[in-house]
Design a protein around this ligand. Structure first.
Ligand code: AMP
Ligand code: MG
Length: 319
């Protein structure tokens, strides 16, 4: 049995061995991390990585995050391991922080979408770590959903969206963080935040000093491929609302924190950002499955701890 954060899951050591053998054989395995479920392949095998893009229906200009089980494995993938990377990895790994660094030539271009940099992280999930360790190779993985759709936070979400497209789904229960990792580039002269997440800019700054924010973060054009404006979206039209201004036409679901007004389906969300992120995608998956005309979401507070959540909601609402 493998112990995860809060519970014992019905995963046997033999499941990990089978999954690791599939990874080594160039197949796809979906696995839990603390953020969302990943669709994994051997990051050093270009043919295996190609299967990820096919399964997701994802354009090949989106770089994939490479998952490692140790700082040592991370260092084997990069040309430079700056002091800032070392400080951050020691402080926040395993955890929801992806570091972008100059890549070694043996990482296939398909993993990095042709960029000279690679995004790496060590996930805080014992099933993920055991899988990487037993496979003995770094595992490239985007979220285990079809391109532009909502990310999966349960194995059930993965089976619904990708079930017939993966060799195996490792079920680790619900993910705990609930939205994708914070992405920080250390490849340039200054640290640059490429994607906000639940690990905040100020938590990073406490360790390495000032961090720049990529221009137009959360609203559109980004300096790296793969940061599409529309992303993380339910099929149902999603609108972000101020002052409880729900769409006037049609019936919908309303995810609210503080302002309760009448909608056909009322979903109360937690008032704390960590608790909110942990359930956001699950609530969106639920509302999406109910066939409403729209899903309205009350804009969360504009405080820094909510930055990752704002980013995902804005992209989910983008047309
Ligand atoms: P996802 O599709 O949710 O797995 O997100 C992967 C994200 O990681 C991409 O959209 C990029 O924001 C980021 N990323 C991964 N590798 C790189 C890289 N080499 N350079 C810049 N960003 C990267
Ligand atoms: Mg994704």
């Amino acid at each position: 049995m493998v112990k995860t954060e809060k519970r014992i899951c019905l995963i046997e050591a033999s499941d990990i061995s089978r999954a690791a053998a599939l990874i080594r054989a160039g197949e796809l395995v979906a696995f839990p991390t603390e953020t969302v479920y990943g669709l994994g392949a051997n990051a050093l095998d270009a043919e295996a990585v190609a299967k990820i893009y096919i399964a997701k229906g994802r354009p090949a200009e989106s770089p994939l995050i490479v998952h490692v089980d140790s700082i040592e494995m991370a260092r084997s993938l990069v040309r430079e391991w700056p002091i800032k990377a070392d400080l951050l990895a020691r402080r926040f790994w395993p955890g929801p922080l992806t570091l972008v660094l100059p890549k070694q030539p043996h990482i296939p271009d398909l993993v990095t979408a042709g960029l000279d940099t690679v995004g790496i992280r060590m996930p805080a999930n014992n099933i993920a770590l055991a899988l990487i360790r037993e496979a003995g190779v770094p595992i490239a993985a985007p979220s285990a959903n079809r391109f532009t759709e909502l990310s999966p936070t349960t194995a059930e979400h993965v089976r619904e969206s990708m079930g017939d497209r993966v060799a195996m789904v490792l079920d680790g229960g619900r993910t705990t963080v609930g939205i994708e990792s914070t992405v920080l580039s250390l490849a340039g002269p200054d640290a640059l935040l490429l994607r906000p997440g639940m690990l905040t800019k100020s938590e990073i700054e406490e360790v390495i000093g000032a961090v720049d924010v990529a221009r137009a973060l959360g609203t559109g054009a980004h300096p790296s491929p793969g940061m599409h404006q529309r992303h993380y979206s339910p099929r149902t039209r999603l609108v972000l609302v101020d002052d409880s201004q729900l769409p006037s036409a049609g019936r919908g679901a309303y995810l609210w924190i503080s302002q309760s007004v009448h909608a056909a389906c009322m979903i109360q969300m937690p008032g704390q950002p960590r608790a909110y992120a942990a359930v956001l995608y699950e609530k969106l998956h639920q509302a999406d499955a109910q066939g409403w005309d729209w899903i309205a979401v009350e804009k969360p507070p504009l405080a820094p701890e909510w930055a990752g959540i704002h980013d995902r909601l804005q992209r989910a609402a983008a047309k």
